[in-house]
Design a protein around this ligand. Structure first.
Ligand SMILES: Nc1ncnc2c1ncn2[C@@H]1O[C@H](COP(=O)(O)OP(=O)(O)OP(=O)(O)O)[C@@H](O)[C@H]1O
Ligand SMILES: [Mg+2]
Length: 374
């Protein structure tokens, strides 16, 4: 049995016509690190609030260990929370802040002292017990909030964008800290972010939210390698897209999982298609190729190679560990039409052809197994 089960949960806020959470079905396993990832307004915070008990579902059931918890008030759910809006008490010291969940649970003073020290040691703040929150850096404050969420040994810790106020370096340090704590404590963590790299760094599984629904729930690697639809493909990692037509029968090779497509200009391409999800022949489909899977050639001799598209180089930018190359792909537009799509490629320095100049013709290509059709 899963630790948490959402069954057909809906949440409509008063006065709102759309559901903030729309028929959510989600099982959270004990000990896992689950991240809710999605654009602004997609229902991540609402889901966390429903779980913590700060909001009640309009309909549906939420179970903890198989028992329905809708009528259980937040403080009886035994969940540690780190919400942005739920910040530290400014008038209390670090130690008093961390002691708070234990004091309200009427734990004796000696136990509180021992547990506060242990919790602050875990987040490397054992020497800051007497400071006030305004005497700490942003990252240190976040670590105090984390210690406060962990100190009463909850089975479940809920975190809503806890690192969003931090600069990149501190944020990455804290991500590693949270990873370490999850590993050491074996606690179940549900984490909200709209930062895809943060989600990939931390999570066992990621639920990709869109308009109150989960588009896909899988490990970061599975989401990246086998996205269920263009939304997931574009939300996790970068992506180039083009509208193509699925070729008739023989073009489809279900055994290899490859489909043949026709571009607007009539060129044939091959890409992977999800078995069992193939649309009818001649359907309009989306081709998705990640920029790191594109190769580039600086002349037209490569055009004979399968899956090679003709284009014009619009920009070439050095990004340290790779070159970002922007091209308008004439081969994807209707002949003579101005709206040929712009794609970008990430090319490692060793793979960049010599002497490329902006404005010249180039070819971009990809292996069929590195591209997806939806
Ligand atoms: N208290 C509220 N009253 C009315 N509508 C709300 C309330 N809180 C959220 N909503 C609406 O519910 C939807 C989901 O909001 P939610 O806060 O869950 O999104 P989110 O995914 O956390 O977004 P963000 O990334 O911006 O934090 C949005 O359309 C939002 O406007
Ligand atoms: Mg939110």
């Amino acid at each position: 049995m899963a630790l948490i089960e959402f069954e057909h949960v809906f949440k409509r806020y008063p006065g709102s016509s759309n559901a903030a959470v729309d028929d959510l079905n989600l099982h959270i396993e004990a000990g896992e690190f689950l991240t809710l990832l999605g654009p602004s307004g997609s229902g991540k915070t609402t889901t966390l609030m429903l779980l913590a008990g700060f909001e009640a579902p309009s309909s549906g059931t939420i179970r903890l260990d198989g028992a329905s918890i809708e009528s259980l008030p937040p403080h009886q759910r035994n969940m540690g929370v780190v919400f942005q809006s739920y910040s530290l008490f400014p008038h209390m010291t670090v130690a008093q802040n961390v002691a708070f969940p234990l004091s309200v649970r009427k734990v004796d003073a000696a136990t509180i002292a021992a547990k506060v020290t242990a919790a602050l040691t875990k987040v490397h703040l054992e020497n800051y017990t007497h400071r006030k929150p305004n005497q700490l850096s942003g990252g240190q404050q976040q670590r105090v909030a984390l210690a406060r969420a962990l100190v009463f040994e909850p089975r479940l810790v809920l975190m809503d964008e806890p690192l969003s106020a931090l600069d990149k370096k501190l944020r990455e340090e804290m991500q590693l800290e949270i990873r370490r704590l999850h590993r050491e404590l074996g606690v179940t963590m549900v984490f909200v972010t709209h930062d895809q790299s943060e989600a990939m760094t931390l999570s066992d599984r990621v639920a990709v939210f869109n308009q109150g629904r989960i588009e896909q729930l899988a490990s970061p690697q599975e989401l990246y390698d086998a996205p269920a639809n263009p939304f997931v493909a574009s939300f996790l990692g970068d992506n180039n897209m083009a509208t193509c037509t699925l070729e008739a029968g023989p073009g489809l090779d279900p055994a290899a999982g490859l489909a043949t497509l026709r571009t607007a200009s009539g060129q044939n391409l091959q890409a992977r298609i999800c078995a069992g999800k193939a649309p009818p022949d001649n359907a309009s489909v989306k081709l998705c190729v990640r920029p790191e899977f594109l190769w580039v050639a600086n002349d037209n001799t490569a055009l004979a190679t399968p899956n090679c598209l003709r284009g014009t180089l619009l920009d070439l930018i050095h990004q340290g560990d790779h070159w970002r190359l922007v091209a308008r792909l004439d081969g994807l537009g209707r002949s003579g039409a101005a709206e040929a799509p712009q794609w970008f490629a990430k090319i490692s320095p060793g793979a960049l052809p010599a002497g490329l100049v902006v404005g010249q013709n180039v070819c971009l290509g990809f292996r069929p197994e590195d591209a997806w059709v939806f």
